[in-house]
Design a protein around this ligand. Structure first.
Ligand code: PLP
Length: 474
């Protein structure tokens, strides 16, 4: 067991390890190549009775753990969505864990509460969000959206369902491309997954507002109560942007809570040229976006904004004797702003990132990723066997392998499944897929903090090499 006096000495090896990792992460296979159980079997079934040497533990980190890591910070990680970090955020986590504060209320660390309040204002203003919005950091977008659904539920039942239970007639609407966290949240908050109405989308995968109107109308006629609409700025599958302004109009007409899920693409609101995506935001009730996706702040750090924080607090507030304080009402006690009582000091890493990058630095990085994606997509498109299914937008492009003469959709899906499988098995890059209208497409996301043109060129070459192998074997 180490003592604080041994920290400096023993941290040297860890700092060296981190330094090596951050600088050499591009040397690992991007996706872990292990089979299920391979890590588990190497870890002894019982905890050691006697403490072990740190050197030995670090050796096992390299021997047992690292081969089982999929390297999200690898410059050729292009799967799912970014979950990037930065030197600044790693340093921030280091300090946060040393301080080890549990920031449930203002009194348990005034600086944590006040820094969080200020960071939320910095981000709100930098993203040109409505000035009434107040923010709080949550662990994930799933939790933030659950928080929004719970608040909407209370508002639409006159703050009775927390005490009396949930009426059976509440309804929530989102496009069929919306993230599964909304469906999950509706199960958790008692509204019921069957009360989620999935609205059809147009060719751009964005919500069809006439269909939303029709669904609300038919629900009202059937005695149902529309509780919330969830609009997306950047769906997970294809980064589709719902027409917020039109959706907001419908919500205003029917007095329905409007929650905006901008978990992934929200970072782009830092760029004035993408402000159009937020048109209508002045009528939204809440919004989530994740700096832990595409804003260089390592997981977890999800930002939740709300127009009327008093509604949020009224939904979550519960006051056992031991948490009563004399400062109550004059400060932000963030335990009342979400589900958990205990909270990490997440604002610190955000502070380091925002100060060290500066808004200009953040914008430059985001624009660089967008440009890299555009030129990558253009090069991909030039290949005769590649079909672009979703044009490059922000840092995403969707494509499939489509060799001449193969036009059967089932066959194309099977071909693309083998294509993707082979790319990922070779370990040089990592891609994921989705399906739109039954067609499998391969998603490429370029969002690792330190990715450069040479990395993207390597990914392109590997994709085209594998495409050749697959088409030759057809
Ligand atoms: N919403 C969108 C649009 C997403 O892309 C994701 C991530 O996959 C989520 C919500 C869920 O994010 P989290 O992992 O922070 O709960």
């Amino acid at each position: 067991m180490l003592k604080p006096s041994q920290f400096k000495q023993s941290s040297k090896a860890v700092v060296e390890w981190i330094d090596h990792y951050l600088n050499q992460v591009g040397e690992y296979p991007v996706k872990s190549q292990l089979e299920p159980g391979q890590v588990y079997r190497q870890i002894p079934p019982k905890a050691p009775d006697k403490g072990e040497e740190m050197d030995l533990i670090l050796e096992d980190l390299d021997r047992i753990i690292i081969p089982g890591i999929t390297h999200w910070q690898h410059p050729n990680f292009h799967a799912y969505f970014p979950a990037n970090n930065s030197v600044e955020s790693v340093l921030g986590e280091f300090i946060t864990s040393a301080i080890g504060a549990q920031c449930m209320i203002w009194e348990t660390s005034p600086a944590a509460a006040e820094l969080e309040q200020r960071m939320m204002e910095w981000l709100r203003d930098a993203m040109a969000l409505p000035s009434q919005f107040e923010g709080v950091i949550q662990d994930s977008a799933s939790s933030a959206s659950l928080t929004a659904l719970l608040t909407a539920r209370e508002v639409s039942t006159n703050f009775r369902s927390n005490d009396e239970g949930v009426p059976a007639n509440l309804r929530v609407y989102c496009s069929r491309e919306t993230h599964s966290s909304i469906e999950k949240g509706l199960g958790i908050c008692g509204v019921g997954r069957n009360n989620l109405v999935k609205i059809p989308v147009d060719g751009q995968m964005a919500m069809q507002v006439p269909a939303l109107r029709a669904a609300i109308k038919s629900d009202l006629a059937a005695g149902k109560k529309p509780m919330a609409v969830v609009a997306c700025i950047g769906t997970t599958g294809t980064l589709a942007v719902d027409p917020l302004e039109e959706i907001a109009r419908v919500c205003r007409e029917h007095r329905i809570w409007l929650h905006v899920d901008a978990a992934y693409a929200g970072s782009a609101l830092l760029l004035p040229e993408y402000a159009w995506m937020a048109k209508g935001m002045e009528h939204a009730d809440s919004l989530v976006f994740n700096p832990h996706k595409w804003m260089f702040t390592n997981f977890d750090c999800s930002v939740y904004f709300i127009r009327q924080a008093d509604l949020l607090i009224r939904t979550f507030e519960i006051l056992p004797e031991y948490l009563k304080t004399s400062t109550r009402g004059r400060v932000n006690d963030y335990r009342d702003w979400g589900v958990p009582l205990g909270r990490r000091f997440r604002a610190l890493k955000l502070w380091l990132v925002l100060r060290s990058f500066g808004l200009e630095g953040l914008r430059k990085k985001l624009r660089n990723h967008i440009e890299l994606t555009l030129s990558f997509a253009l090069a991909l498109e030039a290949h005769p066997d590649i079909e672009i299914i979703h044009k490059a937008f922000l840092n995403f492009v969707g494509f499939r392998l489509h060799p001449k003469g193969i036009d059967n959709e089932e066959q194309l899906n099977r071909l693309n499944a083998s294509f993707l499988d082979l790319i990922n098995k070779r370990g040089k890059l990592f891609l994921s897929h989705t399906k739109t209208d039954g067609a499998m497409l391969i998603r490429v996301v370029i969002g690792q903090t330190y990715v450069e043109k040479a990395d993207v060129d390597r990914s392109l070459k590997e994709i085209l090499d594998v495409a050749k192998l697959i088409t030759e074997s057809c």
